[in-house]
Design a protein around this ligand. Structure first.
Ligand SMILES: [Zn+2]
Ligand SMILES: [Zn+2]
Length: 318
């Protein structure tokens, strides 16, 4: 099969071995995949991953021990879990001690013609949800996770810090939850998108932090973003970290103690909710698509996805 492979460098391989057969796994033919910040980090050495990256995808089921899935168009959850460890038994299988993670940890991902996943990971898609939108299921689910972790209502003042891919998804989910939300970012075009969605947006340069936000969702992935977030959140407020802060940077943690800030790490989220929101068009993802590339152009696609201000870059396999 064709695949994009990371092994010290990122290359396109026209004849990469097909995924090995594994008991109980479903074989998928990938239709479309999205490049996200985690993929870009992987090419800089994040997680020490070697192999086929890619964890945001839409695919057709080619073969499955679960015959009902064959022929279905699906998206898939990325954590491949054991179901037996203490965390799985406690209902925290996203944190399974024996997990592999699609395209991130010990499991080849979706930037290829074919990929394997257990059928329990799969979610069939409704016919009215096209591939362009469905490919956003995984990152949108991650945005919905914020609502599962933090109590948000119409009186909760929320700031989303960062106008990148994940920040813009979080902002729409929070707006739909009914709270006053604003986005702070650096890119005029993305802030204009927020205005189009009736979400307040402010340029970073205009912000004077006032320790007055109930919740700050940090989607910057930078140490500077984290520190600004600690100055924006009110005492006893909540700081949600959606992206991993670049390793090796020193952080000033004193404000967390002084203002008794709750810090909540937040990762994977509920696929069903994300699929419903996409099918009902309550979240606009099509405006986030920057460009499409064929799988053969995957290396160039990564290069474009890593440029400042670029939103979602998609790979098409057909
Ligand atoms: Zn991702
Ligand atoms: Zn487990």
């Amino acid at each position: 099969m064709r695949a994009i492979v990371f092994d010290q460098t990122l290359t396109f391989r026209p004849r990469h071995p097909d995924p090995p057969a594994a008991d109980g796994d479903t074989l998928l033919r990938v239709r479309r995949a999205g490049i996200c910040a985690t993929d870009l980090e992987i090419t800089k050495g994040y997680m020490g991953f070697r192999g086929v990256p890619g964890h945001e995808f839409v695919a057709d089921v080619v073969d499955s021990p679960d015959k009902a899935f064959i022929g279905q168009r699906v998206v898939g959850e990325i954590n491949v879990v054991c179901g037996r460890c203490d965390l799985c038994v406690a209902g925290l299988s996203a944190h399974c001690r024996n997990r592999s993670v699609l395209g991130i940890l010990n499991h080849d991902g979706a930037f290829a013609d074919q990929v394997r996943l257990p059928s329990v990971n799969l979610h069939p898609l409704p016919a009215n949800l096209d591939d362009d939108r469905a490919v956003f299921t995984e990152p949108l689910a991650a945005a919905f996770q914020v609502l599962k972790q933090v109590k948000i209502d119409a009186r909760t003042w929320v700031t989303v810090l960062g106008d990148g891919r994940l920040g813009l998804l979080c902002a729409q989910v929070l707006r739909n939850a009914g709270c006053p939300v604003r986005v702070i970012g650096k890119h005029p075009a993305k802030l204009a998108l927020c205005e189009k969605w009736s979400i307040r947006a402010r340029p970073l340069a205009d912000i004077v932090p006032r320790h007055d936000q109930d919740v700050v969702v940090d989607c910057t992935g930078s140490a500077a973003g984290f520190e600004l977030a600690t100055q924006m959140v009110r005492p006893r407020g909540t700081l949600v970290l959606k992206s991993t802060v670049a390793g090796g940077k020193s952080l000033n943690l004193a404000p967390i103690v002084i203002d008794e800030i709750n810090v909540v790490g937040s990762r994977c989220g509920p696929f069903k909710q994300a699929i419903r929101a996409l099918a009902e068009n309550t979240v606009d993802v099509v405006s986030l698509i920057h460009r499409r590339f064929k799988l053969e152009q995957g290396v160039e696609a990564f290069d474009v996805a890593g440029r400042p201000g670029v939103l979602k870059v998609l790979l098409t396999m057909e």
